[in-house]
Each structure stands twice: as C-alpha cells, then as structure tokens.
Design a protein around this ligand. Structure first.
Ligand code: BTN
Length: 250
C-alpha cells in the first residue's frame, strides 16, 4: 500500500519527521534540515527519490511502495563519524534477524546482505561549520519488496519479503528500524557497537579483491581496525589499510 504523509507522521509521532512522496534525495533534505537545527533522531522519509545517491558516486533507485528510504539525523562527536554507517548496517541486520531471516551478514564496509545478496545500502554524510562538525545524516535504502528477477540485479540483490517468505507492513518495519537506530546511536561510542559490527562482517579471512580509489588490490581480508578500515594482507606480505572501496570474493 502507498504511504500518505499523515499515516507516516502519525505513526512516528512525536519524533520530528518529514515524509515526501517524491523527492530528489532524502539525504539532501536531511542535511539542509540539520543545518536549520534538526535534532538527533529526526528523520526524512522518501517513498520515491529522483536523484537518490549511493556510495562511490553511484545512484540509488527503488519504485514507490517497495522500499524504506530514509535519512536519520545524528549529532555525533567528530571522532565517532566512522561509526555512523556501522550503526546503520547493524540496525538493519538486527531487524532482519528479528524477522526470522537467516544468513544475514555485513559486506565490508556496510552493505547488509542475505545469503550474499544485497538487502540494504547505507550512505552517511556530514555537515561542517568550518572545522566544526555540525552533524551527520545516515541514509538507508532497504529493499522490502522490490522484484529483482527481471533486472541486472537478479543474482546480487534481494528483498526482505522474499528472504523471509512473508509480507510485512512497511510502517511497522519503519518504526522498528528507527527504534534500532535510536538504540545503536545511543551506543555510538561503545566498544559493543564495534564488536557486533565485526562479528557480522562476512569476508574476514577470505581471499578478496578490493576496488579502492587508488587501485584494485587482491589479498586476504585479514581484519578491520577501530576506524572501520579494512586491513588487507597483500601477496608480498605487506598490510594495506583500505578506508573506502568495494570488496568481492576471489
Ligand atoms: C549504497 O550505495 O549502498 C548506499 C545506498 C544508500 C541509499 C539511501 S536511500 C535514502 C538515502 N538517500 C539517498 O539519496 N541515498 C540514501
């Protein structure tokens, strides 16, 4: 069922929230709202985005009524910025498991996967006043009932309803997801968040290739450090620290 603004805002009250049936990108609206004073926990929800953004300059699109696309406002200390995308991936992983889905994992850095297929992507962005962090937004795109079967993503993406083999009420999912985001954002600096994120990473110890801004590297995904960077053991025995990139098995 399509969402109306009234339904969504009533379901989320008293949380500060905006709902848009169609919008360019919820991250843009949330960043603008953050600059005008949106508090931590405020959320912008889009049923459709015309210029949705993904990681590494990619675009992100889901048809109306098929996904949860939101941007969640945080006011973190600057030294916790790297943890924001971790909290998004953790919140979604916890939600999927609570719904009975098995084989949930996080593909470094922060794609949530089910059985190796992408369920959800996260896109954290921050706003600065000079050298002072004004705040951050955590963009989340969660596939709820997108049919990927006739698309180029048939083998690489999955929706929650397909994985759980049952239908869900998107508003209930939205509320549950926000509760989990609140839970983990209150623990942003806790060692527990880092531990849970590490436990969910699904390629540690594997031979991988990583496409990073400075090149493509193959090696063993040995570990992740406290800043979320991947430590890749290269064939010459050296250790490469990768801050951003795309990882693939083999
Ligand atoms: C990825 O590339 O995996 C991250 C995708 C993030 C998409 C979400 S949808 C809501 C929010 N608004 C955007 O423009 N992007 C994020």
């Amino acid at each position: 069922m399509d969402w109306t603004s009234e339904q969504v805002l009533t379901a989320l009250a008293p949380r500060p929230a905006q709902f848009h049936a169609q919008i360019e990108s919820s991250n843009d609206v949330a960043l603008a709202w953050l600059k005008r004073g949106a508090p931590a926990g405020a959320v912008v929800i889009a049923d459709e985005q015309t210029h949705g953004r993904g990681r590494m300059g990619r675009s992100w699109y889901a048809p109306p009524g098929t996904a949860i696309m939101l941007s969640y406002v945080l006011r973190p200390p600057a030294n916790a910025l790297a943890r924001i995308s971790m909290l998004g991936a953790l919140a979604v992983s916890d939600l999927a498991e609570q719904l009975g889905v098995r084989d949930v994992g996080i593909k470094w850095p922060n794609d949530v996967q089910i059985g190796g297929r992408k369920l959800c992507g996260v896109l954290p962005e921050s706003a600065w006043d000079g050298d002072q962090l004004a705040g951050a937004v955590l963009g989340i795109g969660l596939n709820v009932r997108i049919d990927f079967s006739e698309t180029p993503f048939a083998e690489t993406a999955i929706s929650l309803e397909r994985a759980a083999n049952q239908a869900f009420d998107r508003l209930t999912l939205l509320r549950d997801l926000l509760a989990r985001l609140d839970h983990w954002s209150a623990r942003l600096e806790s060692p527990l968040l880092l531990r849970r994120w590490r436990e969910r990473l699904n390629m540690l110890g594997c031979e991988v290739s990583v496409s990073a801004p400075d090149g493509i590297f193959t090696g063993t995904a040995e570990a992740v450090d406290d800043g979320g960077a991947l430590l890749l053991r290269l064939p010459d025995g050296s250790l490469k620290r990768v801050i951003a990139g795309d990882i693939a098995l083999g």
